[in-house]
Design a protein around this ligand. Sequence first.
Ligand SMILES: Cc1ncc(COP(=O)(O)O)c(C=O)c1O
Length: 375
Amino acid sequence: MSLQAFLPFTRPSIDEATIAEVGAVLRSGWITTGPRCKALEAALSQRFGGRPVRLASSATALMEMALRLAGVGTGDEVITTPLSWVATANVVIAVGATPVFVDVDPATRNIDLNLLEAAITPRTKALLPVDLAGLPVDRDRLYDIAQRHGLRVVEDAAQAMGARWGGREIGSFGDLVSFSFHANKNITSAEGGCLVMNTEAEATLLEKLRLQGVTRLADGEMDVDVLGGKSNLTDLAAAVGLGQLPLLDSFNIRRADLARRYFEGFDRSLGFTLPPADFEHSNWHMFQPLLPAGVKRGAFIAAMKAENIGVGVHYPAMHLFTLYRARGHHEGQYPHAEDIGSRTVTLPLFPAMADDDVDRVCTAVQRVMHAGLAR
Ligand SMILES: Cc1ncc(COP(=O)(O)O)c(C=O)c1O
């Protein structure tokens, strides 16, 4: 049997009109932050019910700045999940605060809201929930807890563009909401992201934080009154984002269709734990079964690669990384996150995939498992 073309676990869908727009930006003589960024911010703001939105070069930079907007700094604690991309907790350390992890609920793989309140201390300043794989944390319960304890919320909605809670789109309500437009997200600007805020004052401060703290004055002079960094987005990236945003809904519908097909076609007798089958809230950013106990993840990925199929890992529990162990974390602290983090695999799921591609993945998984290639 001849091998079919390599099927990656994700691939962006960039149309020709967007590619032409990038060319137009390159020819325009203005390639960094400019009119395309402004237009993308306006389009995003419209999508999020008129809330202020600003772009930056990554969601990592935006979350760090969001924590600063929320007044989080040295000595503060921020409660988050250990089962996320390490950016989520890194930004807490970056502002001088301490990430306090709460284990995940194995049913959702998101922070366990039943355990969250017990982790709140007098030093807790903010909650930093993550919508893993685009499945939202329960916003009703989350904001109920935040309000009762007077806490700010920085939503790490990096993976959650187009996901919904209570009939409303994530980002159109809530406190500070951060999205990523990294290449593998549901819409992309290659790198980049946006932060949804509450007030124009926050947006003005965000503009300063992302560009050296500079304020441009009406008379053409400038001033610097806060310490800012350098994380503005380019118009090249914004042109990609502008081409992607109108496609978000159709992309997400296609993702959900493909996820449904996985549920139909995946051989349950193999012993994998399938992801939560949520077709109400999730944007199906990823399709992540958990390997059966005893299967070696590296061997599984290698065997799938031999089938010409890409498999990703998103993510190992981050408190077990060397940096976090050095801060006192250890095995056994967050058993559900550790278990899921050690068994999770990301199978191909992206809008340009054909239905047949899902069938091909399901068949390859069967073959790999039956052949004992992953033990
Ligand atoms: C859950 C989560 N948080 C944060 C980030 C950081 O986003 P960015 O790569 O845009 O900095 C990502 C991106 O991979 C993510 O998946």
